[in-house]
Design a protein around this ligand. Structure first.
Ligand SMILES: CC(C)(COP(=O)(O)OP(=O)(O)OC[C@H]1O[C@@H](n2cnc3c(N)ncnc32)[C@H](O)[C@@H]1OP(=O)(O)O)[C@@H](O)C(=O)NCCC(=O)NCCS
Length: 316
């Protein structure tokens, strides 16, 4: 069997916090509009921090939290769609930043936008089965602010920067239950470079209303899929950690599935949508807040650009 267990977590955000009040001085919006439509109050925006720097700090904290010997890391995956360079990957630069260049490991970036952390955990689960004595360091990291048009009030209020990380170990006595899916679609799109032949906008573009409908439809089905595969119902699950895109999306999914109050955890108020980083940042908050006990069953669900979506069930 190729299950996984999470041994430690970490997170890092830029120093600079941008509040809704700050945004009212940049675009025609209000704290009331942003709060009621999205649940977001503030987000962290990089001034000097890089994707690599945030990822490395989150990774360092996750290693420290797990107490493992970093020389036993055999796999380093960074989920991101805002890498600092096309090559070298953020993952390779994190390996160097952490002083692990002498440690033999596979290191690569994975782009599944906001589903990236769930995709990366699933990939790690599969790869760790072939190296059961090793650990994987799985990180979600984004500096989304460099893709955002701060004159577009429809998108600039939503996104924030940050990174979250987990140290993951193979588990023989558990099954990795995941469901990953995709469909090529440019409802969320951002060009890779400023090249003349790019057909996509240079800044992130999204049809918000369409994406909202897509999320509310697809996320409950993802979660039901993994619960069914695992032979559980929602009552067996301690927390559902959804990608933090919009508090209204999370509330609609939670309601559709008949979840208990507090089962769908949230921290979007303070971070906004940090794409691949949102799930591991929230996981780290739960861990450091003492809210997780070994054996707790967790469901994580992501959705976003690609389009991609996916869910995973794991035991803490
Ligand atoms: C973006 C989003 C918050 C917009 O909320 P909405 O309720 O769908 O709002 P609409 O886009 O229909 O716009 C409603 C009105 O508010 C206005 N508006 C848009 N952004 C605004 C802002 N920041 N402040 C004030 N008004 C705003 C619009 O111009 C529109 O005005 P109009 O009715 O005069 O045309 C919402 O669609 C959403 O969250 N979608 C999902 C996005 C997402 O999660 N993407 C990432 C997925 S990983």
């Amino acid at each position: 069997m190729n299950g996984i267990t999470i041994c430690g977590t970490g997170a890092a955000v830029p120093e600079n916090r941008l509040t809704n009040e700050d945004l009212t001085r940049m675009v025609d919006t209000s704290d009331e509009w942003i709060t009621t439509r999205t649940g977001i109050k503030s987000r962290y925006i990089s001034q000097t921090e890089t994707t690599t720097g945030l990822a490395a700090e989150a990774g360092r904290l996750a290693i420290e939290n797990s107490g493992i010997d970093p020389k036993k890391i055999g796999l380093l995956i960074v989920a991101t769609f805002t890498p600092d360079n096309l090559t070298p990957s953020v993952a390779c630069m994190v390996q160097r930043e952490l002083g692990l260049n002498e440690v033999s490991m596979a290191a690569f970036d994975l782009n599944a936008a906001c589903s990236g952390f769930v995709y990366s955990l699933a990939a790690a689960g599969g790869m760790l089965a072939a190296m059961p004595d090793k650990y994987a360091l799985v990180i979600g990291a984004e500096v989304l602010s460099r893709t955002i048009d701060y004159t577009d009030r429809g998108t600039c209020i939503l996104f924030g920067d940050g990174a979250g990380a987990a140290v993951v170990k193979h588990r023989n006595d558990a099954r990795l239950v995941s469901y990953l899916d995709s469909r090529g679609d440019d409802r969320i799109i951002c060009a890779a470079s400023a090249g003349k032949k790019c057909y996509a906008p240079q800044k992130l573009f999204m049809n918000g209303r369409d994406v909202y409908q897509f999320a509310v439809d697809i996320v409950p089905r993802c979660i039901e899929n993994v619960l069914e595969q695992a032979g559980y119902t929602l009552d067996d699950i301690k927390y559902v950690i959804c990608h933090q895109a919009n508090a209204r999306i999370i509330a609609a999914v939670s309601e559709r599935l008949g979840a208990a109050p507090g089962q769908f955890v949230q921290n979007i108020e303070s971070y906004g949508n940090t794409s691949a980083a949102s799930i591991p940042i929230l996981l780290d908050e739960l861990n450091r807040g003492g809210r997780l006990t070994r054996g707790d069953k967790l469901v994580m669900a992501g959705f976003g650009g690609g389009l991609t979506w996916g869910a995973m069930m794991t035991e803490w």
